[in-house]
Design a protein around this ligand. Sequence first.
Ligand code: BG6
Length: 468
Amino acid sequence: MATGATPAPAIFVLFGATGDLARRMVLPAFYTLAEQGLLPEDWRLIGSGRGEVSQQDFVHSVRQSLQDFGPPVKSRSWSRFRKRLRFAAGDFVRGGHGSLLEEISDARRDLGPAAQLIHYLAIPPQAFIDITRSLAEHGLTEGARVVYEKPFGTSRESFRQLDRAVHRVLEESQVYRIDHFLGKEATQDLHVLRFANEVFAAMWSREHVRAVQIDCPETLGVADRADFYDHTGAVLDMLVTHLFQVAAEVAMEPPASLEAADLQAARESIIGRFRPIDPAEVVRGQFEGYRDLDGIARNSRTETFVAARLWVDTPRWRGVPFLLRTGKRLHQTHQSVSLILRDPPGPLTALPRPGNVLRFSLDGSGAIELRMVAKAPGVGLNLEATSASVAVSSIDSTPPLPPYVRLIHDVLSGDRSLVTRPDGLAHVWKVAEGLLSATGRPKPYPPGSWGPAAAAKLAAPDGWLLGQ
Ligand code: BG6
């Protein structure tokens, strides 16, 4: 687990530094780390990009991204921060590598030869292989850490190619494949709560849990990234990436310890026990009006909604459905993981349903909620479902860390507990084969609804707890 120790000096090379991901997530997270004193004493951030961007333009665009997506910027810390920003313009893969090499060697001269080199690939996954090769060609892989965003491959074959290309030039210990859902505070509580409290440890199996729901509806549309989304769809964007990793967090066997290697092994190896998804247990949808958006093919069959039943073939979970759902332009936005408990054998009957549920809310800074059945006050025996909730932000005075802040800190300090592993990802494609080969027309659903009606049946008898 992360120790919170201040990492060694670092040279952080941000590929795609003026792109959407860098502006929304990476740069604000980096600034938050600086604000919280979690960066190394000495560091340099070198943005790399193809555009003709001057040093001054880059500093300005970082400032703008903090204003748009970051924490409030304090002028004293900003003036310290901006001094360490550099920009290396040029197409790194196609002959334009000179300025980046120069910036890196300047940074090495200033920070010392022991400075940790980190390459963060905030670029479309199609460019991962070329950049990885070019890093090696220019001698930039030795001792470096390389960060890959999800999706790491978009099919079994593209995953294999990427994995081979990466391992040709990097040791596994240098590779940081990140999935920001694993960096969420409440996701980490899935294992911490379970292993720290006997009440939860004891109930974490098929004997006590009737169903698990991992439900991430979003009201958000895709208009501002139509092209990316139309080539990706909900299955790749969310289901086989974020939702599978969260399912693995719930389903894993207890690791020997919560040290990085043990935790990572427990989480990633359980994906090998996910049963290939049966296409009959999947509902794909597309919101009405999607094909009219700019940048979307008029005959697009990309799904903007998916719900699926997943089975985990281990003695602990045999027969317990893991119900996964996500989609765009739905009725509400939530990120919710619920363990629905079985009814006790008696003597009470006709309990309100679903009565006893342990729910983790992954949105925002996260919350843990226990829903239970209790006696309503009064002379009669009236049963009511009620709940108690703990916001992660109320646990301690330390503010919860946004997921990218946590994950970038892990990369800087070499903590691999929350990164994904190639064995886990290799299984993802086997499990998802039936899903990915579904090319039929997705079922239309009205924006603002809960998706196609057929999805409700998948979650019977409880139904989707958030709504349907
Ligand atoms: C991203 C997906 O990885 O996660 C988006 O590409 C999705 O489509 C987002 O909206 C949700 O995560 P969060 O935590 O940023 O709300």
